[in-house]
Write a protein of this length. Sequence first.
Length: 91
Amino acid sequence: MNFFNLFVILLGFLPFLSAAVPVADPVAEPEMHLEKRRSAQTCKIVNLNKGQYVNCRYGPTTKAGNIFGFRKGQKLTFACYKKGQCVKGYW
Protein backbone atom coordinates (compact mmCIF):
# COMPACT_ATOMS: atom_id res chain seq x y z
CA MET A 1 0.00 0.00 0.00
CA ASN A 2 1.52 3.28 -1.00
CA PHE A 3 1.45 6.51 0.97
CA PHE A 4 -1.32 8.09 -1.14
CA ASN A 5 -3.74 5.19 -0.55
CA LEU A 6 -3.04 5.27 3.18
CA PHE A 7 -3.63 9.03 3.19
CA VAL A 8 -7.00 8.65 1.42
CA ILE A 9 -8.11 5.94 3.86
CA LEU A 10 -7.14 8.02 6.89
CA LEU A 11 -8.85 11.04 5.37
CA GLY A 12 -12.05 8.99 5.15
CA PHE A 13 -11.93 8.30 8.91
CA LEU A 14 -11.33 11.95 9.80
CA PRO A 15 -15.02 12.82 10.46
CA PHE A 16 -15.30 9.89 12.89
CA LEU A 17 -12.10 10.82 14.68
CA SER A 18 -13.07 14.46 15.08
CA ALA A 19 -16.45 13.48 16.56
CA ALA A 20 -14.69 11.47 19.28
CA VAL A 21 -12.56 14.37 20.53
CA PRO A 22 -13.91 15.72 23.84
CA VAL A 23 -14.74 19.41 23.92
CA ALA A 24 -13.97 21.52 26.99
CA ASP A 25 -16.83 23.27 28.73
CA PRO A 26 -16.86 27.01 28.04
CA VAL A 27 -15.41 29.08 30.85
CA ALA A 28 -17.82 31.68 32.15
CA GLU A 29 -16.41 35.19 32.32
CA PRO A 30 -16.69 36.93 35.68
CA GLU A 31 -19.95 38.78 36.15
CA MET A 32 -19.68 42.57 36.18
CA HIS A 33 -22.51 43.06 38.74
CA LEU A 34 -24.55 45.43 36.62
CA GLU A 35 -27.10 47.58 38.41
CA LYS A 36 -30.67 47.29 37.12
CA ARG A 37 -32.44 50.52 36.22
CA ARG A 38 -35.97 51.19 37.48
CA SER A 39 -37.02 51.27 33.84
CA ALA A 40 -35.16 50.99 30.55
CA GLN A 41 -33.78 54.30 29.30
CA THR A 42 -33.41 55.19 25.61
CA CYS A 43 -30.53 57.48 24.69
CA LYS A 44 -29.77 59.16 21.36
CA ILE A 45 -26.21 59.79 20.20
CA VAL A 46 -25.75 63.53 19.47
CA ASN A 47 -22.99 66.12 18.90
CA LEU A 48 -20.72 64.04 16.69
CA ASN A 49 -19.04 65.19 13.51
CA LYS A 50 -19.17 63.17 10.30
CA GLY A 51 -17.10 59.99 10.66
CA GLN A 52 -17.04 60.09 14.48
CA TYR A 53 -18.64 57.46 16.69
CA VAL A 54 -19.17 56.61 20.37
CA ASN A 55 -17.44 53.45 21.60
CA CYS A 56 -19.30 50.71 23.43
CA ARG A 57 -16.74 48.86 25.58
CA TYR A 58 -16.44 45.56 27.47
CA GLY A 59 -16.03 47.32 30.81
CA PRO A 60 -16.63 50.70 32.47
CA THR A 61 -13.21 52.16 31.62
CA THR A 62 -11.55 53.61 28.53
CA LYS A 63 -8.88 50.89 28.83
CA ALA A 64 -11.49 48.19 28.10
CA GLY A 65 -11.67 46.97 24.50
CA ASN A 66 -14.31 48.24 22.08
CA ILE A 67 -17.25 46.01 21.24
CA PHE A 68 -18.68 48.30 18.55
CA GLY A 69 -19.34 51.97 17.83
CA PHE A 70 -22.50 54.06 17.54
CA ARG A 71 -22.97 56.81 14.96
CA LYS A 72 -24.75 60.14 15.39
CA GLY A 73 -28.53 59.78 15.47
CA GLN A 74 -28.61 56.16 16.62
CA LYS A 75 -30.90 55.38 19.56
CA LEU A 76 -29.96 52.84 22.24
CA THR A 77 -31.99 51.37 25.08
CA PHE A 78 -30.23 50.54 28.34
CA ALA A 79 -31.83 48.35 31.01
CA CYS A 80 -28.75 48.24 33.27
CA TYR A 81 -25.55 50.16 33.87
CA LYS A 82 -22.19 50.05 35.58
CA LYS A 83 -20.55 53.12 37.09
CA GLY A 84 -17.13 53.74 35.65
CA GLN A 85 -14.68 56.25 34.32
CA CYS A 86 -16.16 59.64 33.36
CA VAL A 87 -14.64 61.27 30.29
CA LYS A 88 -15.51 64.84 29.31
CA GLY A 89 -14.61 66.87 26.27
CA TYR A 90 -13.64 65.85 22.75
CA TRP A 91 -11.34 62.84 22.38
